[in-house]
Design a binder for this molecule. Structure first.
Ligand code: APR
Length: 239
């Protein structure tokens, strides 16, 4: 999508989403029960400094995450957002492609894309698919192999797409800003909600988060997103 060419007047909903949006599809969250960071050392496997020392182990971890993604499908929340078509702008922390699989045209991946690889030697990013990183794989642009990492933003790596979050301060009274399925542990949801100028602000998590001030929202739904996505989207959900 051409973010700079986006016509905000044609947008009705801006979604800021996290792992909870994909939880009911079968992808684990990070900090909840069964979350990835409960079972794996996040400060290692998702940290670029650790990757530099243990690339094979990090690739194995993301091989496992890509294999999991290959075996799941969009859930009703992804589909309801996709039904909005070009009226929805998705600012997602998720590295899965379930919003795209559901048919969403406007998706910004703030933390990168699990199905891509990134060559830190020449900067090339390409669609690698959901298979494993094999011994014969290398950067198609420069041929490097050791310099290739998964196409996700790792801890201690810059996240250039964060600059696009400034769009929230350009929203208008007719816009809905919906936060779905994120603890706010990495990107400051309270700062986003305060800066956001949308006329309607909605929060939907499975439960309250210590990092999120619910008073910053007009509507709060603590429930599985597939059960409340129609209320979260609001009147436009009728299409
Ligand atoms: N419906 C709605 N919300 C849900 C559901 C559900 N079915 N299941 C879980 N949640 C909510 C939880 O209440 C929690 O607030 O999803 C949130 C998951 O929080 P985290 O596991 O911290 O995931 P997330 O907020 O996406 O993490 C942010 O941390 O490690 C980094 O890069 C990683 O992008 C990720 C970032």
């Amino acid at each position: 999508m051409d973010f700079d060419a986006l016509d905000l007047d044609a947008i009705t909903h801006v979604f800021f989403t996290g792992a909870g949006l994909s939880a009911e599809s079968g992808l684990p969250t990070f900090r909840g029960v069964g979350g990835l960071w409960r079972n794996y050392p996040a400060q290692q496997l998702a940290d670029i400094r650790f990757w530099r020392q243990n690339a094979a182990l990090v690739h194995e971890f993301y091989d496992m995450r890509r294999e999991t993604l290959a075996n799941v499908a969009p859930n009703a929340a992804h589909r309801a957002i996709a039904a909005l078509g070009t009226r929805a702008l998705n600012l997602t922390q998720n590295v899965d492609n379930l919003l795209e699989q559901a048919g969403c045209p406007n998706v910004i991946h703030l933390h990168g894309r699990l199905w891509q690889m990134h060559c830190t030697s020449c900067g090339h990013r390409w669609d690698f698919g959901l298979g494993p990183w094999r011994a014969e794989d290398c950067c198609p642009a420069c041929g490097a192999r050791e310099a290739v990492k998964p196409g996700v933003v790792m801890f201690n790596e810059t996240a250039p797409e964060y600059a696009k979050l400034s769009v929230l301060s350009r929203l208008k009274p007719h816009h809905t800003f919906a936060v779905i399925g994120t603890s706010g542990a990495v990107i400051d949801v309270n700062a986003l909600a305060r800066a956001c100028t949308a006329g309607r602000k909605v929060l939907n998590n499975a439960e309250a988060s210590d990092y999120v001030e619910e008073d910053l929202f007009d509507e709060v739904y603590y429930a599985p997103t597939t059960e409340v996505i129609t209320q979260v989207i609001g009147p436009a959900a009728a299409g």
